[in-house]
Write a protein that binds this ligand. Structure first.
Ligand code: PLP
Length: 454
């Protein structure tokens, strides 16, 4: 729209993850969002859009939840801010720490709060290095991450991310970060490899990397229980068991990045519980507050906590803190959100409606000649596009068809995501999605695929 707000936007606002030149020239889409309700957002022209991606996989409880907004307003009114340094806390931040730890997988000890997933991963790597310094192993520093992993956009978190888009032109990754293969069965190296053989291959590759680098130099492994931004890819059978066995043998810590999977998205409170992962650190954000306010966390396991505590006599204070660590407004949002997730049974809904969505999607588009597979777990679904089902070839490894399908879906009032560095459609709706809304997403996907690809 050629009005003042749109003009101010183009002239002043540096949007993230946006084609800057196109935006500057006024060629890129602009949409001004004014409201939301349940699984829908509403733009200023009054259009209601079914949000098949929950913002950025984060508005898990859905839009317009008065229980959360009223808790935020009450907290802002009583005490909008105080820091959490040197033992200070607020009722909200302390209550939230208890609620997070009550829900956390077994063996976890404490939660350190941050702002977003990226900074929580920065915190995790500093915790790992601090831990090994206290143990007298300062050379044990390298972090293994996966190609196609997404762990954030900071210097360290962007280095952990295994997508070229986040590395090139930034001189990343930083030293001490090494990447291993993505557990992406559809992209297995040989067509006739079984899922079990693929898992065995991935574990051999991981072990070979550790041997090459030297186990005494490797501190930790980081992975999302289900690869998210790299393609919504559930792991092949036996993968996490195999990875953990190798890590344990080489005294390598396990970091589960549960920014997407934490608080119900897979139909379990945590992805670690879903797959039997026993992490030393867990990254949380997004679903912690359903994005009603920024808040993240690093949940620290008991074996690290015990060493960190020993270290503080000799090394002093843990020298790491953000001004907004455990911000009271984020904490109040978190408390109200976690209560609501329980009250509405959203974790269970993620299992049942998520399975319904994948079934409906498979029925609607599974036989299309350009659909390689429909996959997912819990309330996550991906439609892999291919120019040739036999060879599983991508139309474009950087993605050119999926954005057209996403645009065609948007015209029909449904938001999907064209995943970066892939040609696939991603779905991560709010956990309150209904079966009727799931059916609608599938139907619109089918119509839009037909419009773009025939
Ligand atoms: N880790 C994972 C698994 C994510 O999906 C994301 C964001 O999408 C992040 C970390 C980074 O979180 P943030 O964007 O809040 O910094």
């Amino acid at each position: 729209a050629n009005d003042q707000l749109a003009q101010w936007d183009r002239e002043n606002f540096f949007h993230p993850s946006t084609h800057l030149a196109q935006f500057d020239r006024g060629e890129a889409p602009q949409r001004i969002i004014t409201g939301g309700e349940g699984s829908h957002i509403i733009d200023r022209d009054g259009n209601r859009l079914l949000d098949g991606f929950a913002g950025l996989y984060c508005v898990n409880a859905g839009y317009g939840r008065k229980e959360i907004t009223e808790a935020i307003a009450k907290q802002a009114d009583e005490l909008a801010y105080f820091h959490s340094y040197a033992g200070h806390g607020t009722e909200a931040s302390i209550t939230l720490s208890k609620m997070v730890m009550d829900r956390a997988p077994e063996g976890m000890a404490r939660v350190y709060f941050g702002l977003g997933g990226s900074d929580a991963n920065e915190t995790n790597i500093k915790l790992v290095w601090y831990y090994n310094n206290i143990r007298g192993l300062p050379e044990k520093k390298k972090i293994i991450s996966r190609w196609r992993g997404y762990h954030g956009s900071g210097l360290m978190s962007g280095s952990l991310t295994g997508l070229e888009l986040f590395h090139k032109k930034f001189d990343l990754p930083l030293s001490n970060i090494v990447h291993t293969e993505a557990p992406f069965y559809y992209r297995r190296p040989e067509a006739d490899m079984s899922e079990a053989d693929f898992t065995a291959y991935l574990i051999r590759e991981l072990e070979a990397l550790i041997e090459r680098e030297g186990p005494e130099t490797i501190a930790a492994f980081i992975g999302e229980p289900v690869l998210g931004t790299g393609g919504i890819v559930p792991p092949p059978e036996g993968y996490w068991e195999g990875v953990q066995e190798v890590l344990a043998r080489h005294d390598i810590l396990m970091i589960a990045d549960e920014v997407i999977t934490g608080f119900g998205r897979l139909g379990s409170m945590f992805g670690s519980d879903h797959y039997g992962i026993k992490p030393d650190l867990i990254t949380i954000a997004k679903g912690l507050t359903s994005a009603y306010a920024p808040l993240s966390g690093s949940i620290v396991g008991q074996r690290m906590w015990d060493v960190l505590c020993q270290g503080t006599d000799e090394h002093g204070v843990f020298g790491h803190g953000w001004t907004y660590s455990a911000h009271p407004i984020g904490a109040a949002a978190g408390v109200a959100n976690l209560k609501l997730i329980d009250e509405l049974g959203l974790v269970e809904n993620a299992t049942t409606v998520g399975a319904h969505l994948r079934r409906a999607m498979t029925e609607a588009v599974g036989d299309h000649v350009n659909v390689g597979e429909v996959r997912g777990e819990g309330m996550l679904c991906a439609v892999e596009l291919t120019s040739d089902r036999a060879t599983r070839a991508s139309f474009d490894p950087m993605g050119s068809v999926a954005p057209k399908v996403v645009a065609a879906m948007l015209k029909r009032g449904v938001i999907a995501r064209a995943m970066p560095q892939a040609d696939m459609l991603g779905f991560a709706p709010p956990l309150c999605l209904t079966t009727e809304e799931a059916d609608h997403i599938a139907a619109v996907t089918a119509e839009s695929l037909k419009e773009v690809l025939g």
